[in-house]
Design a protein around this ligand. Sequence first.
Ligand SMILES: Cc1cc2nc3c(=O)[nH]c(=O)nc-3n(C[C@H](O)[C@H](O)[C@H](O)COP(=O)(O)O)c2cc1C
Length: 384
Amino acid sequence: MKTEALNIEDVRKLARRRLPRGIFEYIDRGAEDEIGLAGLRHAFDAVTFNPRILADVSQRDLSTTLLGRKQPLPLAIAPTAAAGLVWHEGEIALARAAARAGIPFCIATGSITAMERIAAASNGPLWFQLYMWHERALSFELIERARKNGIETLVLTADTVATPNREYNTRNGFEIPIRASLSGGLDMLSHPRWVWQVLLRYIRAGGIPTYQHYPPGFRSRITRKATWEQVRLTDAMTWDDLRELRQRWNGKLVLKGVLRAEDARKAVEAGVDAIVVTSHGARNLDGAIAPIRALPAIAEAVGGRIGIIADSGVRRGSDILKLLALGADSVMIGRAALYGTAAAGEAGATHALTLLRNEMLAALGFLGCANLRELDTSFVNTPS
Ligand SMILES: Cc1cc2nc3c(=O)[nH]c(=O)nc-3n(C[C@H](O)[C@H](O)[C@H](O)COP(=O)(O)O)c2cc1C
């Protein structure tokens, strides 16, 4: 990893150079007019700090307990479908970087690398993100597979009931199926390192990448459209489904996609162990509220009864501390770690996490806090 990458924006630029445009925009951009994406940055910037002075911060500690497990950083790696397209078996690179940092890695339903391979190649805590399919029985088989692979935490994503409108993917030919086009071909040819180190390695090892968590009969190549009704993401999921999942899954259960206090309250009643307050990185509903703005009301509704994880738009360690001060117990990192993976695989993802860690350590010191338990709402000002 080049030392010129001094912050996540630098890492993002390295990723942009390395990846074909279609893939870079797929990971980097938002939905529709990307007002939500710009809003994430504005929302973080609108929160300011009230630093405390003359507090001994010589021994700063970023450790926390997440879902009953003590870890050195208040972070987890978010599930990102097709992470294996930014680096050969990018999911393994992410899992190893997470393990090295002592934080969980959440495997996506839309992973290019099978959970069996990820579990064999890394020794850190693994979570599994579930997209519920139209045919529930197939999803239940998938969580059985997760259980057999030692996955301890299941994350149900509830905010993706429609196909997000991302017009740049259509223009870039990066819809599933990926269309062969002259511009797409030129895009790839102008990124020979990616062709050589990612695409050709898959092809040499057996062909075009596929979604490894789809049932064998429904496992389309990424170049072919999956038209099977059975594995369409359901748009009919309700709180009853969540309760049924709670019955079936004995491990930790996390509900991802909460932005309303009343939904947070219902999640507590349904018996989940944590919620993820997220706008899906502003990739789904453009104009959805930024999680940092939704957090205070949600934290109040939850009242410490279950864990609160937050994500979307984190680019600096200080962003993480703002989320923690406003009620999150930990934070998920999506694109920042993907940029690192795209730039340099496991070392790149590790570099991105290290940047965030060092920024957090400095900001915590400036705030006059020695550990994360001291952080509370008195350290931040939110716009009215
Ligand atoms: C390329 C990409 C793919 C994603 N795929 C999924 C997914 O399959 N399931 C899911 O729950 N969230 C998915 N997400 C959302 C992330 O889990 C997370 O909520 C979001 O990326 C956080 O914002 P950040 O990327 O700005 O950190 C994806 C995000 C990205 C960038």
